[in-house]
Design a protein around this ligand. Structure first.
Ligand SMILES: Nc1ncnc2c1ncn2[C@@H]1O[C@H](COP(=O)(O)OP(=O)(O)OP(=O)(O)O)[C@@H](O)[C@H]1O
Length: 351
């Protein structure tokens, strides 16, 4: 998917000025509340008229003030999923899903009912009304309805914000699977950096109506750490434990990790703060931490009063954080070897 937008829009004192070009299948739009994210995608979808500028999707001009082009919303083939599922209350789950399908011209249909229902695990819900579904089930139906319209782009405006953490991490794999399987590129909007890192490859970051950064969500997370605002959160997809002997054992980094918390789902997603990793120059003789990993320093970077240290452990990566004095004493530099100690209890299961 290739999107080019050069648009402006003012609401009283608020002015959005966006001028960017982005390519990819999993794009994120990130920014604080009020930074203009919804206004931007409203213009893309044809729900908000720009004051000026042009919008091109896959080489097609959707809007151009200069050329007098404004393709109507329904012909843009951009499906939207919002924070609140807003399903049709009088229709069953099946008919909510088919609504998008029936409105899609047959030459554009790429998504069939049965495989979609399977991916979203909606089989048991098809004949139910939508009013008594749980929040997570309703959001799965809303995603399904949008995808059944075989859009050329799916725009999701904070689709997870109304869900609690557990449900959020249950929905994320469905979302990525459904878009991946049916080849639907998406734009995902959120003010959660964690959601950006889990859902997207390229992120556009907005602040006060301006695009301030464009890059990967991991780079964004590291740069924020560089500003000294937050410790870096390592996200580890550990899958299923390979053994349990009081602790949960996972294959990782060319060796094993021992964790005290069980995974919450098949994905075995955990977060680990860079502040919970202790570095040693030599193999320590005896330590209480259950995990000791040998790693190669691939990069170091400033993080306020700390030094961020990126370690390659086998084919996996870890970012640790130490004070500058420790970095100097340990002579931490790219190419050097270090040992990383991590307590079994430092890993927090996400989903
Ligand atoms: N229809 C409108 N009329 C007047 N002002 C508006 C309108 N829509 C948005 N705004 C204003 O434009 C600014 C940007 O709003 P927008 O909803 O695009 O931000 P956002 O980044 O999506 O925020 P959030 O994360 O809270 O949804 C805000 O100051 C908002 O009050």
């Amino acid at each position: 998917m290739e999107l080019r937008m050069a648009v402006s829009k003012s609401y009283g004192p608020f002015r959005l000025d966006a001028d960017f070009s982005v390519q990819g299948e999993r794009i994120g739009i990130f920014g604080e509340s009020g930074s203009g994210k919804s206004t931007l995608i409203g213009m893309l979808a044809g729900l908000v008229e720009p004051d000026d500028g042009t919008i091109c999707l896959e080489g097609e001009t959707l809007f151009s003030r200069g050329e007098g082009v404004a393709i109507p919303t329904e012909r843009r083939r951009i499906a939207m999923v919002f924070q609140q599922p807003s399903l049709f209350p009088h229709l069953s789950v099946r008919n909510n899903l088919l609504y998008g399908y029936n409105r899609c011209a047959s030459q554009h249909r790429r998504v069939e009912f049965d495989p979609l229902v399977q991916v979203l695990k909606l089989e048991g819900l098809l004949d139910r009304g939508v009013n008594n579904l749980s929040g997570g089930e309703q959001q799965r139906v809303a995603i399904g309805r949008a995808v059944m319209a075989s859009p050329r782009l799916l725009v999701m405006d904070e689709p997870l914000s109304a869900l609690d953490d557990d449900l959020k991490f249950q929905i994320i794999p469905y979302l990525t699977r459904v878009c991946g399987q049916f080849g639907i590129p998406f734009i995902f909007i959120s003010h959660s950096l964690l959601e950006m890192r889990l859902m997207t490859d390229t992120v556009l970051m907005f602040d006060k109506g301006r695009l301030v950064e464009q890059g990967s969500a991991d780079e964004l997370a590291r740069r924020r750490m560089g500003l000294g605002q937050v410790g870096y959160i390592n996200l580890l997809r550990l899958g299923r434990p390979v053994g349990s002997n009081g602790l949960h054992t996972f294959a990782w980094g060319g060796g094993k990790l021992l964790l005290s918390a069980a995974p919450k789902s098949e994905a075995g997603l955990y977060e680990l703060s860079s502040r919970d990793i202790i570095l040693f120059k030599q193999h320590p003789e005896a330590i209480s931490a259950r995990n000791l990993l040998k790693g190669l320093v691939v990069a170091t970077f400033e993080s306020g009063s700390k030094t961020g240290v990126e370690l390659a452990c086998g084919s996996d990566r870890l970012i640790a954080e130490v004070v500058h004095e420790a970095a100097a004493e340990l002579d931490i530099r790219p190419g050097g070897e270090l040992y990383a100690a991590i307590k079994a209890s430092a890993f927090r299961p996400l989903g």
